[in-house]
Design a binder for this molecule. Structure first.
Ligand code: 3HC
Length: 293
């Protein structure tokens, strides 16, 4: 099935990155958000990101406008009704996602495929809400989307082989490496990553070492590009906590209990890069100091 038009629902960091890579790939993209100002901001963020690529000589300057012309916006889900493929990337709120997928399922033409970029909400649950479970799938991009090669492809209980193949082919056409897995809490990426981050937070909480020491050990010891505490700030501490809670509830295993320090920072509104403070202080999306000592 040829995918010519893609709907991207949500204009957070992930939605913007996903819209950018599809538009760069030649697809027409309809970005949907209930907030018109966020849509305007999203276009500016994507244009700035493309101009950075031009500066680095990774994109021809005369390609920016055609890419931007392929990006349209809508404040209504109905704006995406003609899409061949939809990627939903709204906040990790089960109720909100179910509501959106129920509506999308009724809007898209029968052969249209709906995917969710959810980091841990069960695909089967969202697929059921959509009313088209065979044409529903998880398509989990990694942050930052334009840089990271992995796309986790998660089959719901009733996802068809055809839907899976179309999604795998689509991810490959973006230059990504799709990897299939089954629909269990946290899938694979976050089932492994979040306990690492949570354990790093426990290590800090128990006073074993400081923020920079823990991150330096991980960076130099395991050749990770970012230490786990910086990565937690980069992802968003609220997102990390939400995923830990999905793992804890989904497996009922105490090994997934979120560290009280993570809970406290989220309660205080210190969510990392997006609020300027988490384990580190952040300015212009770069670490500017250590916030937690
Ligand atoms: N958008 C586009 N390009 C970006 C970018 C962004 N947001 N951030 C960085 N880049 C590009 C830079 O332009 C640069 O490109 P170049 O090599 O062509 O010059 C390249 O990435 C490297 O960037 P920098 O030199 O500025 O900085 P780093 O070398 O520190 O790399 C990083 C930045 C790519 C973010 C790197 O630190 C990294 O890989 N970090 C780990 C990211 C990670 O683990 N992501 C997965 C998170 S888990 C997830 O997403 C799942 C979710 O469900 C929680």
């Amino acid at each position: 099935m040829a995918i010519e038009t893609v709907g991207v629902i949500g204009t957070g960091t992930m939605g913007n990155g996903i819209a950018q890579v599809f538009a760069q790939n030649g697809q027409k993209v309809v970005m949907v958000d209930i907030n018109g100002e966020r849509l305007d901001a999203a276009r500016k963020i994507i244009e700035a990101s493309l101009n950075r690529l031009v500066k680095k000589e990774k994109l021809a300057a005369d390609q920016v406008q055609p890419i931007m012309d392929r990006l349209t916006t809508s404040t209504e889900l109905a704006g995406a009704k003609d899409a061949d493929f939809v990627v939903e990337a709204v906040t990790e709120d089960e109720e909100l996602k179910c509501k959106i997928h129920k509506e999308l399922g009724g809007l898209l033409r029968p052969e249209g495929i709906i995917s969710s970029n959810t980091s841990s909400i069960p695909i089967t649950l969202l697929a059921t809400a959509s009313g088209r479970p065979e044409r529903f799938i998880g398509m989990h991009f990694m942050n930052p989307v334009p840089v990271m090669k992995l796309v986790e492809v998660i089959r719901g209980h009733d996802t068809s082989d055809e839907t899976t193949q179309t999604t795998v082919d689509l991810a490959k056409s973006l230059g990504k490496t799709p990897v299939e897995c089954r629909d269990f809490p946290g899938f694979v990426a976050n089932r492994i990553l979040m306990p690492i981050i949570n354990e790093a937070i426990y290590t800090l909480y128990e006073g074993i070492a400081g923020v920079e020491e823990i991150d330096t050990i991980a960076k130099l010891g395991f050749a990770h590009p970012m230490g786990p505490l910086q990565l937690a700030d980069f992802i968003g501490l609220d997102v990390c906590l939400a995923i830990m809670r999905v793992l804890q509830e989904g497996f009922g295993d105490p090994k997934f209990r979120p560290c009280p320090l993570l809970v406290q920072l989220v309660t205080a509104g210190h969510l990392g890069d997006k609020t300027g403070r988490g384990f580190y202080t952040w300015e212009n999306h770069k670490v500017s100091g250590v916030a937690y000592t």
